[in-house]
Design a protein around this ligand. Structure first.
Ligand SMILES: C[S@@+](CC[C@H](N)C(=O)[O-])C[C@H]1O[C@@H](n2cnc3c(N)ncnc32)[C@H](O)[C@@H]1O
Length: 213
């Protein structure tokens, strides 16, 4: 099934999400912070389908497409002709994901969400961060994704996210890098994408990598 949902994730980025999803064990859950119209959620959903996995989407879905700058809307990938500029983002998301029975929407900002609000007992296998891109918002999501914190992660949860190295949001990379160094992660930057994943690594290795960037 082709992903026609409008959004700012490129085909190459969706392919990385798909590859990660396909490797997850049976019954895995992906927690997505920031789902917009459902473009990345759609890919996670299909990638988890065979393993009977699910996607929990957390987003306040405030406003409509008309609230976004024209240039940003024009830059979206997907079938933008289906965009209704007056329909709320939330209704768009519900319509776009209506055929995906493993997608669950929780209409809250990440700050107000806690993993115990989900219909899932097991910790999330993946936390995908693409929500509040402000410095404090991003830092909140990263910290809430550490083991035993608000987003329900355990030691094996993969933390990943979008817009790493995005020229229009230059604070994302140093915030992710700093968080990684402080918490003993190595940052993996997927080629030809703005996706990052945090891998457990030793602090010395991180420091050297940081110096060479
Ligand atoms: C860049 S879009 C997400 C794109 C989406 N992943 C996709 O594939 O199209 C950012 C989203 O984050 C949401 N958002 C903003 N603040 C948030 C918060 N505090 N917690 C969760 N989501 C938030 C916005 O409503 C918006 O839908």
């Amino acid at each position: 099934m082709k992903n026609n949902i409008p959004g700012w994730m490129s085909e190459a980025e969706l392919e990385v999400l798909n590859r990660i999803g396909l490797t997850l064990p049976v019954g895995s859950t992906v927690l997505e912070i920031g789902s917009f119209l459902g473009r990345s959620a759609f890919t996670w959903s299909l990638s988890l389908f065979d393993q009977i996995g699910s996607v929990i989407c957390v987003d306040p879905w405030e406003g409509t497409i008309a609230d976004f700058p024209e240039g940003a809307v024009a830059a979206m990938d997907g079938d933008t002709e289906f965009l209704d500029h007056t329909l709320s983002l939330y209704k768009h998301f519900l319509i776009n994901t209506r055929e995906l029975d493993n997608v669950f929407a929780i209409r809250l900002p990440g700050q107000e969400f806690h993993w115990i609000m989900t219909p899932t007992i097991a910790p999330p296998a993946v936390i995908f961060i693409d929500g509040d891109h402000s410095p404090n918002g991003l830092l909140f999501d990263l910290e809430a994704s550490l083991p035993n914190q608000q987003y329900g992660a355990h030691d094996m949860t993969l933390i990943c996210g979008h817009d790493y190295g995005h020229p229009d949001i230059p604070h994302i990379k140093p915030i992710v890098d700093g968080f990684a160094i402080r918490n003993g992660f190595r940052v993996q930057h997927f080629e030809d994408t703005r996706l990052f994943a945090l891998r457990w690594g030793n602090r010395y290795e991180n420091f050297i990598e940081h110096l060479s960037q």
